[in-house]
Design a protein around this ligand. Structure first.
Ligand code: FAD
Length: 500
């Protein structure tokens, strides 16, 4: 029997999570539901979160966001991957590039031929076989030319860097044009129905009650509804990911506009560098047990490309996830649902993923428990698999110059991650489980980039002759080099693209 539909959806919070949710719901629900968003100018937003992964393109496309207009509105740039500096050992440098590696031709994946030739000392750097890595190294960018068949130029996989505050503003404009009502002010508490504990309203400082059937908690770390009202609990993962603070500061830009994020490991954490059109976003993520706030600020400010634009802004966090992202009629999206540090720029994607899941399990007035349980199970799956990939970056280090890194290299890691590393170590095999976010290519690049190589390669590699493999790999690298030569400079491409 059909249960009555919801009438009013209240989104609590207007950061990236709140406005992405509002835009997506306003687009998908086509005006059939009343959508209200409450945000407080006084509290503000976390205001970091400027690097993304390629799936953001899908969000923008579905939301009807025009790319050049969006880049202009947010001072955005293109991103082809993340460069990791000092992670395996001090002085090491590798790129985790988007998209594929090499060109599959025979029985097993390209990487398996690479493992054999590397062991023989006959392979080039992995970056020579990937269009995104090679282009990033040369500061080149262009949109994929899908008309070029199987040319690497048809496969340029990319994401964006953007100003988080301007992105939220851009989404707000879109949402309001699609009927979302914005309410400004501070929520002081929530009220609950007596018979089942569902939240029925949030109460504003001025006494107004904002009532609703479904509440989406996008209130950031505080988790105003999911934690402060419903007390669902938080699973702390800081024994695996011990960094607990960040300092963020933008600086003046430099003439070269790099099409990638950089993550540089320091003595007790790491520093991000995110190039925008008008400035560079920087932040030092660190573990307060190993470095003081003053030292952390000194490290950050000593490693900027240009003059800082203001003082470093402190942010505190505990890595982990909310035990239930959906409880009763409250769904937590964004920082209220958990936090994984931004080494692989995953948080905005987690928001997008949660919105899609909410649409998949969209409730009626019945709020069916099996749907809620399925939503929570899937949230946990994605959080845990992404967490393991991030732990890998810390665990797979051979740095003996700092206590922090030695502790990371000796930690007890989750069983699923142990299994993955062991599988890779024997024959270079990787297995992507279901729809986990990072592909075999992503894992491969980080493992190899941090000096973990398999003891042996796939036996079927030897079906091909060594000369044949060499010829094949050289031809892939040659084609990629020619393609990169053809590509325009990243800054020149943006200037032209955003000109109109
Ligand atoms: P917030 O931005 O904190 O928004 C919370 C909203 O709730 C605000 O509008 C606030 O006004 C409102 N609110 C709260 N309490 C009340 C109240 N009582 N009454 C009314 N309104 C209220 N993600 C990436 O994908 N890439 C990155 O590179 C990246 N870097 C990061 C670096 C750091 C150091 C951190 C901490 C996070 C980073 N993230 C990154 C994560 C990203 O910043 C967040 O996922 C994203 O900004 C979403 O935040 P949010 O909207 O959940 O919370």
């Amino acid at each position: 029997m059909q249960v009555p539909h919801l009438n009013t959806i209240v989104i609590v919070g207007g950061g990236t999570a709140g406005w992405m949710t509002a835009t997506a719901l306003a687009t998908a629900l086509r005006g059939r539901y009343r959508i209200r968003l409450v945000e407080s100018d006084e509290i503000g937003i976390v205001g970091v979160g400027e690097a993304t992964i390629p799936m953001i393109q899908r969000f923008n496309t579905v939301a009807g966001i025009e790319e050049a207009e969006f880049l202009k509105a947010t001072n955005g740039t293109f991103k082809l991957g993340v460069e990791f500096v000092n992670w395996g050992r001090r002085g090491d440098r590798y790129m985790h590039g988007f998209g594929r590696l090499g060109q599959d031709l025979w029985m097993v994946g390209f990487e398996q031929y690479w493992h054999k030739m590397r062991a023989l000392g006959k392979a080039r750097d992995l970056a020579d076989y990937s269009i995104t890595r090679a282009a990033a190294r040369a500061n080149k960018f262009m949109l994929p030319r899908t008309d070029l068949g199987n040319s690497p130029l048809a496969e340029i996989t990319y994401a964006y860097h953007f100003d988080a505050g301007l992105y939220a503003r851009h989404l707000r404009k879109l949402s309001e044009s699609r009927g979302v009502e914005r309410i400004e002010g501070k929520i002081v508490r929530a009220t609950q129905r007596v018979h089942d504990g569902h939240v029925d309203a949030v109460v504003m400082e001025n006494g107004d009650r904002i009532e609703g059937d479904l509440f989406i908690d996008c209130s950031g770390f505080r988790g105003l509804l999911i934690e402060q009202t419903l007390a669902t609990g938080y699973e702390d993962w800081s024994h695996w990911l011990p960094c607990d603070r960040a300092l963020a500061v933008p600086c003046e830009s430099v003439p070269v506009l790099t099409p990638y994020t950089r993550a540089t490991a320091h003595q007790a954490g790491w520093q991000w560098r995110i190039p925008l059109q008008n400035r560079i976003g920087n932040g030092h993520v660190y573990c307060s047990r190993y470095i003081s706030d003053d030292e952390a600020a000194h490290v950050l400010l000593s490693n900027l490309d240009g003059k800082p634009l203001g003082d470093p802004r402190p942010i505190r966090f505990t890595t982990g996830m909310r035990k239930k992202a959906w409880e009763k009629n409250v769904v937590a999206i964004g920082l209220s649902s958990g936090f994984l540090e931004p080494i692989e720029s995953t948080s905005i994607h987690m928001i997008q993923d949660a919105i899609q899941r909410l649409l998949d399990y969209f409730p009626d007035q019945g709020f069916s428990q099996p749907d809620v349980d399925a939503f929570n199970r899937l949230s946990r799956f994605h959080y845990e698999r992404t967490r393991d990939f991030i732990i890998l970056h810390y665990y797979a280090n051979q740095r003996d110059d700092a206590e922090f890194w030695r502790a990371c290299a000796h930690m007890e890691i989750p069983a699923a991650l142990r299994e993955k590393i062991d599988l890779f170590r024997t024959h270079g095999r990787l297995r992507r489980v279901d729809s986990e976010l990072f592909t075999e290519v992503g894992w491969q690049q980080v493992l190899v980039g941090q000096n973990i190589h398999p003891q042996a390669y796939h036996p079927l590699v030897d079906v091909q002759s060594e000369e044949g493999i060499q010829e094949y790999m050289d031809s892939v690298a040659d084609v990629i080099r020619q393609c990169v030569d053809y590509m325009p400079d990243h800054a020149a491409f943006i200037a032209e693209y955003c000109k109109a």
